[in-house]
Design a protein around this ligand. Structure first.
Ligand code: 13P
Ligand code: ZN
Length: 215
């Protein structure tokens, strides 16, 4: 994909997320690998509803900022995914309401943040790691992602928001939507005795759809 087309796609999908309330105000950030091995990144302080394709921060393949506005303060988080997951072509971070609410529940499993409620939740995300609370922009978040050594495509920052890597912008956006929707189901059905997928059903999804699960 050309630089121009990628800029348009980033802004279009970010606006779509914003318009559906998946992140609000000036929250969230998004990045994608360019054809020349560089990165296009949302500038700090911008709204997903109004990203300007011409002003996206542009990095070259050596990580030098070569154009556009000042990048998101979460660069260490984004680069941690690119450096540890060779398949990562895009990274998206949102402040999506239900995922944040679920991260505040004291009984969630840190190694498996989302309950196995639907097949697509498993297929698009694999196992999601709940990371502790960090200050926004804290490079320690990047270190925490590096500590996972590329074994997770999705993490949840406690009391803050999800971060998902995908092979391209569309895949990363689809996956983070799945994360929010699964968290919404989990919050909606909390304490209602809802039936999750059984271990056998989870295993069938994992093997049939080649889900990253046991790493
Ligand atoms: O979500 C955010 C911080 O976690 C938004 O920060 P930026 O505006 O720097 O991207
Ligand atoms: Zn954030």
């Amino acid at each position: 994909m050309t630089d121009t087309a990628l800029r348009e796609e980033i802004c279009l999908l970010a606006k779509s997320l914003f318009d559906r309330g998946l992140t609000h105000g000036s929250t969230g950030n998004i990045s994608a690998r360019t054809e020349d091995g560089g990165l296009l990144v949302s500038p700090t302080g911008t709204s997903f509803g109004r990203l300007d394709p011409a002003r996206l921060s542009r990095f070259d393949a050596s990580g030098q900022l070569i154009g556009g506005d000042k990048p998101t303060k979460e660069m260490p988080l984004h680069t941690a995914f690119y450096d540890t997951r060779g398949t990562a072509g895009a990274v998206v971070h949102l402040h999506s309401c239900h995922a944040v609410a679920l991260s505040m529940m004291t009984d969630v499993d840190e190694d498996d943040f989302l309950p196995p409620l639907t097949p697509y939740g498993l297929m698009k995300l694999g196992r999601v790691k709940l990371l502790p609370f960090f200050l926004p922009g804290d490079p320690a978040m990047g270190q925490a992602v590096r500590g996972l050594a590329g074994r997770r495509s999705a993490v949840m920052l406690a009391n803050h928001g999800p971060v998902v890597a995908g092979k391209d912008v569309e895949a990363a956006c689809n996956a983070i939507e799945e994360l929010e929707d699964t968290a919404r189901l989990a919050m909606m059905t909390r304490g209602m005795g809802a039936r999750a997928l059984t271990e056998a059903q989870v295993r069938a999804v994992v093997t049939t759809f080649d889900v990253e699960w046991d790493a």
